[in-house]
Design a protein around this ligand. Structure first.
Ligand SMILES: Cc1ncc(COP(=O)(O)O)c(C=O)c1O
Length: 374
């Protein structure tokens, strides 16, 4: 069996080569590199896809979070509550704005923020709750929205991994005041470079972000505030626009692959499968299992056998050297730490074949079996 990568971007390109090539050529022919129809068309289509009124394309998922928090007025001294088990980009914008990151542990069954622990983290300085829809499954947004309403807080969704994911039929992005998407190439909807978007039903916030991403300009050389160079470019927008009509099918294919993994790995001692919560429809950006035994040895053996497994993420936020000024220590967020030590992400992309899925599950069962015996 040829090597099975964690993500295969070439397989996806091959499946829609003509559509992508046409879109890219159109941008070059029109020299529509910045702004213009490619961007506005994609924004309209993506807003509709996410069930929001507006979408503002920006340069990355990180920029989306930064600009959304900035538009809500998050500033020095404010506190933003988020999860300890996420990619560093969930908290970077909080730090860049000079606000304080307040972490909450995860629910170990879903890897998402535990809503039962949020209220204890709220102080008079709390301004925003920033749930992350990790691995493609929505955080428990009904409970989170209720807490936010009770305490008069904003909710900004980090939906970087959740394009098209749903909870009770409502999509990621349609819950909070603003939601932030990444189009990093490996995401379920990925550009051919960096890209991101903020979706919102709030025109004031959308307009603020649209201005801030483009140097605070009101006309070509007139700027009524200091903004940023954080636009989504025309080439990326055209590529994303060509891919978007396929996204529901791709997400469905990922779900089928997850079902395959779940069935093939069910009942193997030493493996905990991912759990989709009642009412949730995950888009399986990442298919994450948990193992007992020597996780790093299991991972290394998978890699040796040509299986591109990985870890998302090996170090929780509170133990990142970049966050050391907070003085957090091991033991502060035990479920996040336990996850970081035991999780493995298996290959997951729409174009996976049954032969590949079968190879991954058979090899994994063999490796785990050998571990259990030894
Ligand atoms: C949970 C999460 N938040 C934020 C980001 C940041 O997105 P980007 O890499 O597009 O800046 C990512 C992706 O990398 C992510 O996975």
């Amino acid at each position: 069996m040829a090597k099975i990568p964690l993500v295969d971007l070439k397989a996806q390109y091959d499946s829609i080569k003509d559509e992508i090539d046409t879109a890219m050529q159109r941008v070059v022919d029109n020299t529509a590199f910045i702004g213009g129809k490619e961007v506005s068309n994609f924004e309209a289509a993506f807003a509709q896809f996410q069930q929001t009124k507006r979408c503002v394309g920006v340069a990355s998922g990180t920029a989306a979070i930064f600009l959304a928090l900035k538009a809500l007025g998050v500033d020095e001294g404010d506190e933003v509550i988020t999860t300890a088990h996420t990619f560093i980009a969930s908290v970077e914008p909080i730090e860049t704005l000079g606000a304080k990151t307040v972490l909450v542990d995860i629910d170990p069954a879903t890897y998402n923020i535990d809503p039962a622990k949020i209220e204890a983290a709220i102080t008079p300085r709390t301004k925003v709750i920033l749930p992350v829809h990790l691995y493609g499954q929505l955080a428990p947004m009904d409970a989170i929205m209720e807490i936010a309403r009770k305490h008069n807080l904003h909710v900004v969704e980090d939906a970087a991994q959740a394009h098209g994911a749903e909870l009770n039929g409502k999509r990621a992005g349609a819950w909070g005041i603003a939601s932030c998407f990444s189009f990093y190439p490996g995401k379920n909807l990925g550009a051919y470079g960096d890209g991101g978007a903020v979706c919102t039903n709030d025109d004031v916030i959308a307009d603020k972000i649209a201005k801030a991403r483009d140097h605070g300009r009101t006309s070509k050389y007139e700027h009524d505030e200091i903004g940023y160079g954080e636009r989504l470019d025309g080439l990326q927008a055209a590529i994303l626009g060509a891919k978007l009509p396929h996204l529901n099918d791709w997400n469905a294919a990922r779900h089928r692959h997850a079902d395959y993994y779940n069935q093939a790995l069910a009942g193997i001692p030493g493996i905990t499968l991912p759990r989709e919560m009642t009412g949730a429809r995950s888009i399986f950006h990442i298919y994450c299992i948990r193992v007992t035994g020597d996780r790093d040895a299991i991972l290394a053996e998978l890699n040796t056998r040509g299986i591109g497994a990985g870890i998302h993420y090996p170090i929780p936020i509170h133990l990142q050297p970049a966050m050391s000024s907070y003085g957090w220590k091991a033991g502060d967020f035990p479920h996040s730490e336990a996850a970081a030590e035991t999780i493995i992400s298996l290959p997951m992309y729409p174009e996976l074949t049954n032969d590949q899925l079968s190879y991954v599950t058979e090899e994994l069962a063999d490796i785990i079996g050998a571990q259990v015996k030894s």
